[in-house]
Design a protein around this ligand. Sequence first.
Ligand SMILES: [Zn+2]
Ligand SMILES: [Zn+2]
Length: 523
Amino acid sequence: MNNSQMNDFKINAGSLIGPGLAWAAGLLLVVIYAPKTVYMNGMVMLGFLVLCIATFWALYTLYREYDKTGKEWPAFLDMFFPNYPIVEDRNELMRNLSGFRRSYSDFLSSGHEEKNSSLQDYATQLMWHSTALQKKRLMKKGLTLEMDSVRRAYSGKGSSVRENKYFDGRYRVNDIYEEISALRTIKQSGKIIKRIKDSEVAHFTLLSASQTGAGKVICPNCGAETTRENLLDGCDYCGAKFTVEDMENKVDSFGLRRDFRTGASKKEAVRELMFPWTTLIAILPLVYFGLIGAFAYMPDTNIFLRLVTGLFAAGLLGLLGWSLKSLFLMLILPILLLISAASKSMDRKMIYSRKKEEEQEKRMADLVRKTDPLFSIQSFFGGVQNKLSAIHYAESPAEINAFSESDLSSLTGKYKDVVDVDIQDMKMESYGTDNMFQRAAVSAELRLLELHGGKIKERNEKVKMTLIKDAGCRTQAVCGASVLKCKGCGAPLSLMEGKTCRFCGSNLDLKKYDWVIERYGTV
Ligand SMILES: [Zn+2]
Ligand SMILES: [Zn+2]
């Protein structure tokens, strides 16, 4: 379901039937049992209880409806539920991100092979490769995976898309965090077998050819300055040919992540709801009692007088409820302060440990930049993520041998039931260089979804690996045609067929251009 479809949704009035019936039942109990005695009895109490529960139920139902449709909320709902409005596409970049998410979902959910998927226009070779392998795996198991996603503002409307742009020597790289809510639905022969809701951020790495002004661009293959038209015909300096899509915002990696900043602002939003909820819970039963009690317990008075009495009693009792609530809160204030202090210290600990991780990340990036000044750890992680995914979806070693120096054939059996991979955490543990190679140790925590006997099971996995790249190779994102070409005969190579050229038999040596896996192990 995309943005525009979401807006076509109407508030479903039928969903309020349940709460309405419950409310009527509560009222009926009070009206029937109240005149039988001058005192409160069990059934009347039950009636008021049902009235209150029905009111909460109706509020919650309204919240769910408005949240689902993304329509403007009525003000009273805003008081009781966290409101994360849907953020519409406002510029080219936002349209691009939404378009990618849509074609990604379309591709994985179509359930049949496609010759020309729009995903290919959005994604780089490596991103496309790992997603194509995932689709092959899904189809083999008779599954489809759909991802309904919308952009949401968790931490203010202006910051739902955060960008970090830099030039890596060949490509203009854009690291993007987009606040979204996503619902992944896995179906087997049309029947839903698993739903996963994620509501934090999506991380993208986008690559574009770098513009240098006056209509000039940098050739991403050789680094020469030339024109767009020239690159479309084949670069004058290196011969590499590009398409228009190759040059503009290619998605090099995509994944759903947890983000502590988004998490913290959502927690704060929930904390702010404490006060209105305690007030409502204290006041509502008393207001109902005042309002309806006047009608039920004064059967002989005229209707106007009963209405006035009811309103007056409701107001008075509401005020009483409010005072009682305030008194109660004051009595338990020390406990509240204690709880709040404990939760704040937990937040601080979490933020502190996340800051530590960020500092470690920055330290490693700085270390690599001593040899490779344009190194970006985010796009490095993006590349590793694609390779990790491909390893989990590969059916044969040839599909992944282009980016591995070690024999991964034992893994294809081990991962044969994996249908989706989430990267929970990734860390560069060490980095060093010798005469031959740059070498980086990386650890990653993954959440795997596996199909066992018609059910989807979650499993966590910790991976440790070393990656190598030629000592002389400076950072450059590997994007498409120029690198994935046989150096023996010039034929284009398909990552699906592996590193060996089917025409002349020579091998692609990817570590000249990109990180390849030297050792791979799970703990
Ligand atoms: Zn060139
Ligand atoms: Zn060849």
